[in-house]
Design a protein around this ligand. Sequence first.
Ligand SMILES: *Cc1c(COP(=O)(O)O)cnc(C)c1O
Length: 242
Amino acid sequence: MSRHIIENLQTIHSRISNACEKSNRDISEVRLLLATKTVDSDKILFALEQGENLIGENKVQELTQKCTAIAQMNPEVHFIGHLQSNKIKEVLKWVTCIQSIDRYELAEKLYQRLKFEKKEIDIYVQVNTSYEESKFGVAPENALDLIKKVSKFNNIHIKGLMTIGLFSSEPEKVRKCFKLLKSIQEEATALQLPNVDLKELSMGMSGDLEIAIQEGATIIRVGTAIFGERIYPDSYYWNEGK
Ligand SMILES: *Cc1c(COP(=O)(O)O)cnc(C)c1O
């Protein structure tokens, strides 16, 4: 098991560096986030011991369990799954960034809770760039409006955008999703809103990270290519409540 994780991490890091080279980007501009849904704490600990320091969880129950188990390594933890507002309080115990803010009501509840706890947090706005029914995220045409509204909450710092690209064997269709996210970043940045500093583009996963890096990704989220296939289908994580 450990040998596989070491080899897989090496492969991912060389894929990242090749993609950076191809697109004339510095390797320090792209961070690897370990997407750890369904992965046991001991495997996550092992990956952290290899020098990784950023993980993302999709479900609150797994987040709580695993963060307790891996606390000794003190990784940076982001939330990347669909978030229900009644779970905000628990999520805030563990994460420094929520990458999946996709609706105003959720941001408003987050604002209230942060105010109560006298805390602040970084968030990314999740955009459904593939327009697939099965995926969460604000529709691209509504993204600017959501960013404007959320920017009024002074304890929420909007630091980036997140998307899941289209699952397709046609690279140009996947690329279109990433280009769309980049264009929303540029439009939103031009508005010069308070609390908005959209440096991060979280896009690209096991199958499409090269395309994402070419299109400007600053964080890629990789699960399968490091930890192997998951037993649950992704729909279990992505279609909740739909
Ligand atoms: C599972 C997941 C990933 C990682 O996907 P892989 O194809 O396993 O690399 C990335 N982002 C999100 C939001 C996920 O849920």
